[in-house]
Design a protein around this ligand. Structure first.
Ligand SMILES: *Cc1c(COP(=O)(O)O)cnc(C)c1O
Length: 404
């Protein structure tokens, strides 16, 4: 076998052959173990992003790796024209986590999970409220995906502009503003689509009272409540799902990122009477719920159960929150569980800090120009939190010395 390519060789290949849709940082990872990653030059990093809230059990988790390897040798794929022995078991597990009175559709990503939710809400709305009931109201600063429909639902006009015309029937209102939502929620609305914590928008948790009021409003106006748990779901916020912090019961819940711990899988859960608005032939995907991905997700849920992962995330989140809050240069820490943002003191550029942290072996990202996002594996150890905080403290220190 040829020697492993160097970083410069990989960068040249990427520049020549990969569509240039990402502003990548100058590092290529080749191996992972738990919270740790190694690059092409053998340098070690602490991964405090987990992909983007994907590898919640850490890299190369042995139980997940074993399940994947065994399934690969047994059966990767059969068509959804037939049953397989993993998909219905995974559906049962997810439904149990969500109250036990719903059905699940499997797909391959967060955007696809939201596509399913949007199509289902339209189908249900039109069946119960007539042809005009197909509008979906979402929030500014939201993120729901990059397909045309989920981009239309994503409340970031700068991401939408280049791709006009987008599908119609989408409208955004200010997040956490009940009056704005109430004004927009007319009889043409089939659904309200919200994240329980806006992840890409800057790690903004929905106020508990807001989500409760949204639930009541949706009931009054006969609109479905869709909660996008693609980033927040499966233990990340210290509960199985972010909406549990407010005690509301959504009609539809989407998830993806952490479900396969890196194996692509998405899921859309809906209350049974809502789910039954879909008839055979209404929605489908080639890869969704195939044995390989479903088996990986079953292994993920087994580990999450056995290790009481939501509780661990809550505990580790408290530790990380207080450690971050004690750093000079950190003005505020927000978020839930292990989905956190540190708002930096005025004048500190979050991107510069993230780049400097990367050079020092800590992976975090600038979720806004002034805030860093932290989403470490949910099994992160106290020592790893200590190590990450030490690196960040050093970087913030250096920056303040340069500035003074
Ligand atoms: C990442 C994300 C998506 C999109 O998921 P993809 O797998 O990238 O399509 C949708 N919603 C939220 C809240 C996300 O964080």
């Amino acid at each position: 076998m040829n020697a492993s390519p160097t970083f410069e060789e990989l960068r040249a290949l990427d520049a020549a052959h990969v569509m240039q849709t990402y502003a990548r940082l100058p590092v290529a990872f080749v191996r992972g173990d738990g919270t740790q990653l190694w690059d092409t030059e053998g340098r070690r990093y602490l991964d405090f992003l987990s992909g983007l809230a994907v590898t919640s059990l850490g890299h190369a988790h042995p139980a997940v790796a074993d399940a994947i390897a065994e399934q690969a040798r047994t059966l990767l794929h059969v068509s959804n024209l037939y049953y397989n022995d993993a998909q219905p078991r995974l559906a049962e597990r997810l439904d149990t986590l969500l109250g036990g009175n719903g059905n699940v559709f499997f797909c391959n990503s967060g955007a696809e999970a939201n596509e399913c939710a949007i199509k289902l809400a339209r189908r249900y709305g039109q069946a119960n409220g007539g042809r005009e009931r197909y509008h979906v109201i979402s929030a500014y600063a939201s993120f729901h995906g990059r397909t045309l429909a989920t981009l239309a639902a994503t409340g970031q006009p700068q991401k939408q502009e280049t791709f006009q015309p987008l599908p119609s029937g989408f409208r955004q209102v200010a997040y956490a503003d009940l009056d704005a939502l109430s004004a927009a929620l007319d009889e043409r609305a089939c659904a309200v689509l919200l994240e329980s914590v806006q992840g890409e928008g800057g790690v903004n948790p929905a106020p508990v009272e807001y989500l409760r009021a949204v639930r009541r409003l949706c009931d009054e106006r006969e609109a479905l409540l869709i909660i996008d748990e693609v980033q927040t779901g499966l233990g990340r916020t210290g509960r199985w799902f972010g909406f549990e912090h407010s005690g509301v019961q959504p009609d539809i819940v989407t998830m993806a990122k952490a479900l396969g711990n890196g194996v692509p899988i998405g899921a859309c859960w809906a209350r049974r009477d809502v789910a039954s608005a879909f008839a055979p032939g209404d929605h489908a995907t080639t890869f969704g719920g195939q044995p390989f991905a479903a088996r990986a997700a079953l292994a993920v849920l087994d580990v999450m159960d056995a290790e009481a992962v939501p509780e661990r995330a809550a505990k580790a989140g408290e530790r990380l929150t207080s450690a971050l809050g004690a750093l000079p240069g950190v003005q505020e820490v927000r978020g839930l569980g292990l989905l956190l943002a540190a708002e930096l003191a005025p004048g500190i550029d979050a991107k510069g800090v993230a780049t400097r942290c990367l050079e020092q072996g800590l992976i975090v990202n600038a979720v806004t120009p002034s805030a860093l996002r932290f989403a470490p594996p949910l099994l992160v150890s106290d020592d790893e939190i200590g190590e990450a905080i030490a690196i960040l403290a050093r970087v913030l220190n250096e920056l303040s010395e340069v500035a003074s």
